[in-house]
Design a protein around this ligand. Structure first.
Ligand code: CAA
Length: 282
């Protein structure tokens, strides 16, 4: 399949990163947001990342300008009409995603592949919400999208071999390293990462050490780029809590049960970096 134009639904933290990577890889990229204010915020985030990259000497001014030239935004679904692939990166809510797919399918052509960047929902259930369950799959990016090399390619029960192969090749064309993950909660990475993060919270609650020492232990002792509490604040405590509940609901294993402290921090609005306070203050 020849892919020239990519659509991205949602220009939040993940959507903007995905749009940036697609545009930087030479695809004409159109990102859709619900209104102009959200769109400008998302496009501004991309521009700042690219400008910072130029300042750091990681991106050439020419590459930044080429990326921005490949990128456009809209507040309508109609703008995505000519897209060969559309990557959905909106809120993790089944009803919202269903409504977005219905609106999208009114404008895209038959050959268009639709992908979700969901980190927690069942890809087969999302595929079933479309008229193209064979041309639907999961493509899960990691935060910060322009820097993290990995993407998970998830096959729904209904994803065709052709679609799977096209998505895998497309992921490689973005300069990413794709892995194939099953349509099970957490896929591969979160299935391993989330119980580790939950265990860190349990250890902290049980007095194993200070936040700083637990973080330092895993950072310097295991070479992780961030200790578990810095990472929890980075990912978002609400996001981790949400994924843990989905894992626990499906597998019913204690390792996936969210610890009481995590739940209370979410209830208190201490969501991590995005709210100004999580395990640490920002
Ligand atoms: N443009 C281009 N490159 C940039 C850049 C920019 N604006 N800003 C930074 N970079 C480059 C840096 O130059 C550096 O490159 P080199 O390694 O080649 O020197 C690299 O990106 C790292 O940047 P920094 O040195 O500024 O920052 P850092 O070393 O503190 O790393 C981090 C930051 C990449 C976030 C690192 O801490 C990390 O990997 N943390 C873990 C992140 C993680 O685990 N993410 C996954 C979360 S789970 C998830 O997303 C899935 C889910 O479903 C919840």
């Amino acid at each position: 399949m020849h892919i020239k134009t990519v659509g991205v639904l949602g220009c939040g933290l993940m959507g903007s990163g995905i749009a940036q990577v697609c545009a930087a890889s030479g695809y004409k990229t159109i990102v859709r947001e619900v209104d102009d204010a959200f769109l400008q915020k998302g496009l501004g985030r991309i521009k700042k990342f690219l400008d910072d990259g130029v300042t750091k000497g990681k991106v050439t001014p020419e590459a930044r300008d080429k990326t921005l030239a490949n990128l456009s935004g809209a507040a309508t679904f109609e703008a995505l009409e000519g897209c060969d692939i559309v990557i959905e990166a909106i809120i993790e809510n089944l009803d919202e995603k269903r409504a977005a797919y219905t609106a999208l399918e009114k404008v895209v052509s038959d050959h268009t592949i639709v992908l979700s960047n969901t980190s927690s929902l069942c890809v087969t259930e999302l595929a079933a919400a479309t008229k193209r369950p064979d041309r639907f799959g999961g493509l899960h990016f990691f935060n910060p999208v322009p820097i993290m090399k990995l993407v998970e390619v998830i096959r729904a029960l209904t994803t065709s071999d052709d679609t799977y192969r096209a998505v895998f090749t497309f992921a490689q064309s973005l300069g990413k390293e794709p892995i194939t993950a099953p349509d099970r909660p957490g896929f591969i990475v979160n299935r391993l990462l989330v119980p580790y993060l939950l265990d860190a919270v349990r250890c902290y609650e049980n007095g194993l050490g200070t936040l700083e020492d637990l973080d330092k232990g895993m950072k310097l002792g295991c070479g992780y780029p961030m200790g578990p509490f810095t990472l929890l604040d980075f990912v978002g405590l609400d996001t981790t809590y949400y994924i843990a509940n989905i894992l626990f609901e499906e597998f019913r294993e204690p390792a996936y049960a969210p610890p009481p402290l995590l739940k209370r921090m979410v209830l208190a609005g201490r969501l991590g970096r995005k709210s100004g306070q999580g395990f640490y203050k920002y």
